[in-house]
Design a protein around this ligand. Structure first.
Ligand SMILES: [Zn+2]
Length: 270
């Protein structure tokens, strides 16, 4: 087959794949990599030592690679194992501009934690690092519904300054909504953690399968328990302003292969 014809077929395949996230091979984005016809058994894909989600759509297998926000514009190499065959695929990485954002937090301690807060923060980071690395067998449904109504108030990737101090970039998407507004699961999954965190406030973690994990923060109320199965659209809690927050909103993080990616790439309408 001619190269042009193959490229056209691949492009068509991606377009027909309505359930997949948007193919956006940029820092903070998702590369949707065609692995061939789904008539063969599901291949395994990995980037470094991280397993990747492999989902079927439109009769083909696709690997979903979450690209870190700090990735350089150089190709990433993924390894694909099908039966006894292992091959490498180079995924080109483009560039994307993320603007700055300056916020004022009234509770100074949430920006410059007191010495007694640091032990708690460290404990929480170790706990969530384990959760984020999970890779469960279930095939995820990457066609997400919106978890909250309301305007998108802060986009993913903003380079942030709190009270003038540089902090980590914004690793999720914010919805402006009043305290008590419902927060819903964007797709089916299993609740793998609920709790109150120093920065993130009341939080819920949902494992959708194969390293696709979503997190809901600053909640005023949590309506689900650890280990609970949730359906697409099921209420999991309510919007709030707990933790480090300028006001009531939902912060939504989406992880793929332990990498926070822009949740907007998963939002389509059914
Ligand atoms: Zn946020």
């Amino acid at each position: 087959m001619k190269r042009g014809a193959l490229a056209l077929l691949l492009a068509l395949g991606t377009q027909l794949a309505w359930a997949l996230p948007t193919h956006a091979p940029v820092p903070g984005g998702v590369a949707v990599v065609d692995l061939g016809p789904a008539s063969t058994p599901r291949p395994q894909a990995a980037w470094d030592d991280r397993r990747l989600a492999v989902v079927s759509d439109g009769g083909r297998w696709f690997a979903l690679l979450g690209i870190p926000l700090d990735a350089l514009p150089v190709p990433l190499e993924i390894r694909v194992r099908a039966g006894s065959t292992v091959r490498s695929i180079e995924v080109p990485v483009g560039t994307r501009h993320y603007p700055e954002q300056r916020l004022t937090i009234r509770e100074k301690r949430k920006v410059e934690p007191a010495p007694e807060d640091l032990a708690r923060i460290e404990r929480e980071q170790a706990h969530t690092a384990d959760l984020k690395r999970r890779f469960s067998a279930a095939e995820p449904d990457p066609d997400f519904a919106r978890p909250a109504d309301g305007r998108l108030s802060s986009r993913f990737g903003l380079r942030r300054f709190f009270n003038g101090l540089p902090r980590n970039p914004h690793n999720g998407l914010d919805f402006a909504a009043p305290t008590g507004a419902p927060v819903r699961a964007p797709a089916a999954g299993t609740v793998i953690d609920t709790g109150n965190y120093f920065f993130n406030g009341n939080s819920v973690f949902i494992d959708h399968g194969q390293g696709l994990i979503s997190i809901y923060m600053h909640l005023s109320r949590i309506d689900v328990g650890n280990g609970q199965r949730v359906a697409r659209g099921e209420r999991i809690g309510a919007v709030g302003a707990t933790g480090r927050s300028t006001g009531p909103h939902l912060h939504w993080t989406v992880l793929l292969n332990d990498v926070a990616v822009d949740p907007e790439f998963f939002l389509k309408t059914r």
